[in-house]
Design a protein around this ligand. Structure first.
Ligand SMILES: [Zn+2]
Ligand SMILES: [Zn+2]
Ligand SMILES: [Zn+2]
Ligand SMILES: [Zn+2]
Length: 155
């Protein structure tokens, strides 16, 4: 499962008596008056950059996007990943910046990622099954499995 994420970047001032924090970009100590806070980490203003165009993300409307291990600006995120696609459960379009769940080639709204028979929601690490392109919980999968071919994925 890959989670697309939109994260806010905040500029925080460093209190002089505070122990300097390590920068998540260069691993150096941050001794500037201001630093950036994003993804629960601290960064030099120069070190938080888009993986594609190298622009400084602290200056760009203060939002960044992550996908796998990439940190991207809004523009590059859009041009790389664009519209997410249609939700395999409700068939409605998923806007590019919405968090999605993925299973094989399918994408789902977070709210739609549930067993399509009993509507039980899945959590990260839960086991789910794909059968005839329907997501099923283990219980429903087991009872369906008795009749017909199997098409399973567990995660
Ligand atoms: Zn740094
Ligand atoms: Zn960029
Ligand atoms: Zn949906
Ligand atoms: Zn179920």
């Amino acid at each position: 499962m890959v989670l697309d994420k939109e994260e806010s970047v905040s500029l925080v001032s460093v209190r002089s008596r505070e122990k300097p924090r390590g920068c998540a970009g260069c691993n150096g100590k941050i001794r500037d008056r201001f630093m950036l806070q994003a993804l629960d980490l601290y960064w030099h203003e120069d070190c938080l950059k888009c993986a594609c165009c190298d622009c400084r993300l602290g200056q760009l409307g203060s939002t960044l996007y992550t996908r796998a291990n990439l940190i991207l600006c809004r523009r590059d995120y859009l041009s790389l990943f664009g519209v997410t696609g249609n939700c395999a459960a409700c068939s409605k379009l998923i806007p590019a910046f919405e968090m999605v769940m993925r299973a094989r080639d399918n994408v789902y709204h977070l709210d739609c990622f549930a067993c399509q028979l009993c509507r039980q929601r899945f959590h990260v690490g839960d086991t789910f099954f794909l059968r005839n392109n329907m997501i099923l919980c283990q219980l429903d999968y087991e009872s369906c499995r008795l009749n017909g071919s199997t098409d399973m994925q567990s995660q």
